[in-house]
Write a protein of this length. Structure first.
Length: 378
C-alpha cells in the first residue's frame, strides 16, 4: 500500500501571500494541496486570473480542453514564466482526456492539442475526465479546434448529438482500454502521472485490478460540505490515490445542476457556515476551504475557481487559522449527498458512473444546447 505524505509548505508566489502544503503522489510528484480551477472561466479574463493566481501563491492549475480556454491559460503561464521567479518545474499543471477521445488512437491527438494550447512540452497530471465515452464522435478525435460546443455529429464537435438530439455514445469503448493506452504517455515523458475523474468506487477498483505499470495517481471528484465523500476519500487513501475535490465550495453554479439541494440552499449560504464565518472573522468560502484542508488529516487536495482577484487571493489564505474540533464535527450534519453535477444526458453509456443517483423512473434527456463549460453552438 502506498502511503501519502504531507510535504512542508512551499511558496513561489511573487507577492508571497500564501504558502501551500503539497501532497506526495505515488509517482513521487508533489501536488500543492490547493489549485486554481478553470472550469467555466470565461474568455477574456482567464489569462488574467491565471496570472493573478501564480503571483499570489498558487502553483497548481487545473485545466481541460473542453473548457475551451486552455490557450488563455497557456498565455498566463507563459507570461509569468517570462517574468522569472517561478520556473516550470515549480508548477503542477493538470489537464484531462475528453470523453470523445477514449479510443487509443485518439488519446495522443487530444493531449497534443492541450500541450499546444498550454505552450508546454509536458503536463504533470492527465486524467480521464469521465469514465463514459459519451458524448463521442466515435471515429475521429474531437478537439477544441473542431468545436467545444454541442453540434450534430456531422460537425465533429466535442459534444456531438444524433439526428434525434441525443448525445452520441461510443458503446464499443471502455475505460480500461483507454487506461492501458495512456501508459505510453507516461513512458514517453509528455505526461508525468495519470489519473481519473468522476469515476465511482467499482470503476476505480477495475482500473486498479489491471495492475499495470502506471497506477492512478489521483482521483478528482465533486466534493463539498453537502457531498463529503468520506468513504471514497478513505478508499483512495488506502489505495495510494490522492483524492482531489472539484466544486469544492458546492456553488451549484452550472446549467447542469438540475436539482436543488435538500436544504434548499447551497453550502456558501448555509446558516451553520455563516455562523462559523462570523465566529472566525473569515468569509464563508474560506471556512469551507479550511474545512477541506483540515479534514482527513490534510490528506487530500482541492481546486477552487474564481476570476475575481480578491476571491482568488482569499481562497488560498486558509492556512493562518484552524477550525476547532467541535466546529469541524459540526460539518457532519451538513452531509446530505447532494451531487449537483450528474450530467444525466450522458447516461446512455453503460460506463456512466452515477446510475444509482438518477431520479426514480428517469428517462434520458436530449443534449443541452450548452457544453459542460457553458459554451453554445456558434
Amino acid at each position: 500500500m502506498n502511503k501519502l505524505f504531507r510535504i512542508p509548505s512551499r511558496s513561489f508566489g511573487t507577492k508571497g501571500n500564501a504558502a501551500v502544503p503539497a501532497l506526495k503522489l505515488r509517482n513521487g510528484a508533489l501536488m500543492p494541496q490547493i489549485g486554481l480551477g478553470t472550469w467555466k472561466s470565461p474568455p477574456g479574463v482567464t489569462q488574467a486570473a491565471v496570472e493573478i493566481a501564480l503571483e499570489n501563491g498558487y502553483t497548481n492549475l487545473d485545466t481541460a480542453n473542453d473548457y475551451n480556454n486552455e490557450p488563455e491559460v497557456g498565455d498566463g503561464i507563459s507570461n509569468i514564466l517570462k517574468k522569472g521567479g517561478i520556473k516550470r518545474s515549480d508548477l503542477f499543471i493538470q489537464s484531462k482526456l475528453w470523453n470523445s477521445n477514449h479510443r487509443p488512437e485518439h488519446i495522443k491527438p487530444d493531449l497534443e492539442q492541450t500541450l499546444a494550447d498550454l505552450k508546454l512540452n509536458y503536463i504533470d497530471s492527465y486524467v480521464i475526465h469521465w469514465p463514459q465515452a459519451c458524448p463521442s464522435a466515435i471515429n475521429a478525435p474531437t478537439l477544441r479546434t473542431t468545436g467545444a460546443y454541442p453540434a450534430h455529429i456531422d460537425k465533429v464537435s466535442m459534444f456531438p448529438y444524433d439526428d434525434d438530439g441525443y448525445f452520441v455514445a461510443d458503446l464499443e469503448s471502455h475505460y480500461t482500454e483507454t487506461w492501458e493506452a495512456m501508459q505510453g504517455l507516461v513512458d514517453s515523458g509528455i505526461v508525468r502521472g495519470i489519473g481519473l475523474s468522476n469515476f465511482n468506487k467499482k470503476q476505480i477498483e477495475e482500473v486498479l485490478a489491471m495492475n499495470l505499470k502506471h497506477q492512478p495517481t489521483l482521483l478528482q471528484n465533486e466534493c463539498h460540505p453537502y457531498l463529503q465523500q468520506k468513504d471514497l476519500i478513505d478508499f483512495c487513501n488506502c489505495n495510494g490515490i490522492v483524492f482531489q475535490a472539484f466544486s469544492s465550495l458546492g456553488s451549484g453554479d452550472t446549467h447542469l445542476a438540475v436539482s436543488d439541494s435538500p436544504t434548499g440552499t447551497i453550502p456558501l449560504k448555509d446558516p451553520y457556515i455563516a455562523q462559523l464565518a462570523k465566529k472566525y472573522g473569515k468569509s464563508e468560502g474560506q471556512i469551507i476551504l479550511r474545512w477541506h484542508v483540515q479534514r482527513k488529516n490534510g490528506s487530500y487536495g482541492l481546486v477552487t475557481k474564481s476570476v475575481t482577484e480578491s476571491r482568488i487571493v482569499s481562497n488560498i489564505q486558509v492556512y493562518d487559522f484552524e477550525l476547532s474540533e467541535e466546529d469541524m464535527a459540526g460539518f457532519d450534519a451538513l452531509n446530505n449527498g447532494w451531487r449537483h453535477l450528474l450530467w444525466r444526458e450522458t447516461s446512455n453509456h453503460p460506463d456512466y458512473p452515477f446510475f444509482d443517483e438518477l431520479p426514480y423512473g428517469y428517462q434520458l434527456e436530449k443534449a443541452p444546447l450548452q457544453s459542460s463549460s457553458g459554451t453554445g453552438d456558434n
